[in-house]
Design a protein around this ligand. Structure first.
Ligand SMILES: NC(=O)c1ccc[n+]([C@@H]2O[C@H](COP(=O)([O-])OP(=O)(O)OC[C@H]3O[C@@H](n4cnc5c(N)ncnc54)[C@H](O)[C@@H]3O)[C@@H](O)[C@H]2O)c1
Length: 226
């Protein structure tokens, strides 16, 4: 592999399945110590499987919308490894419904998990990265940020906001050796897209080639985000 991340500590949010699981595998293979964050206990099984293959990975059950949960996890990482080099904001959800029918909960939960989580995680890791004079922050946007999608006003709003957040933050922290990037995937096979109506996925695939293997996006992040 072209990129080597030995001695680097990388946090991957939403790593228990889908694209996040693929990112964990790719970053582990590049030599990083990966910390898998997820609300699902499945994260433990994923971490164990990857560890048994000879790589360095640890699971922490973390809710990225909770300041307490994130700060507690970061404190443990610092006491064990002393650093955080890479923060990958991958966790995301959909609660699709046309705007007139959408409920407060469907709106707020998507804004919280997809967007407010970036405020929480970035606040927690920035001081560490700034002191080290090095950091990489990479977040998951979506092709639908630009394209829009029926029933996804909440989701598209967050994914477009992530692009604005990224462009603004890099202007503030570049001087400290910290880069901020996001990737905007097309439709990748995962539980998220499996939950969408077939014709929606098909329409997406007609305009943007689908990589069925989520780890392809791990490689993309490695190439463009590091
Ligand atoms: N799959 C696609 O086609 C596609 C396309 C564009 C963008 N994306 C983005 O890529 C990211 C990953 O998507 P995916 O398809 O792998 O989804 P997925 O549903 O398969 O996985 C998302 C993961 O995030 C975790 N998660 C949800 N809420 C969380 C929370 N509060 N704290 C911690 N973890 C939480 C879930 O438990 C799950 O493991 C998302 O941000 C998504 O919006 C996906």
């Amino acid at each position: 592999m072209m990129f080597r991340l030995e001695k680097q500590v990388a946090i991957v949010t939403g790593g228990a399945k889908g694209i996040g699981e693929g990112i964990c595998e790719v970053f582990c293979k590049a030599g990083a110590q990966v910390i898998l964050w997820d609300v699902l206990d499945r994260g433990e099984e994923v971490a164990q499987r990857i560890q048994e293959a000879g790589y360095k990975i640890m699971f922490q059950k973390v809710d990225v919308t909770s300041k307490n949960s994130v700060e507690h996890a970061i404190a443990e990482i610092i006491s064990r490894f002393g650093r955080v080099d890479i923060m990958i904001n991958n966790a995301g959800i959909i609660r699709d419904r046309s705007f007139q029918k959408i409920t407060d909960d469907e709106w707020n939960s998507v804004i919280n998990v997809n967007l407010n989580s970036l405020y929480v995680t970035t606040k927690a890791v920035l001081p560490i990265m700034k002191e080290a004079g090095y950091g990489r922050i990479i977040s998951a946007s979506s092709i639908n940020a630009a394209a829009g999608a029926f029933g996804q006003t909440n989701y598209c709003a967050t994914k477009a906001a992530i692009q604005g957040f990224t462009r603004a933050l890099c202007k503030e922290v570049g001087r400290y050796g910290i880069t901020v990037n996001c990737v905007a995937p097309g439709f990748v096979k995962s539980d998220m897209t499996d939950a969408m109506p077939e014709h929606v996925v098909q329409a997406g695939n007609d305009t943007c080639r689908t990589y069925r293997d989520p780890s392809r996006y791990g490689i993309l992040l490695l190439v463009f985000g590091i």
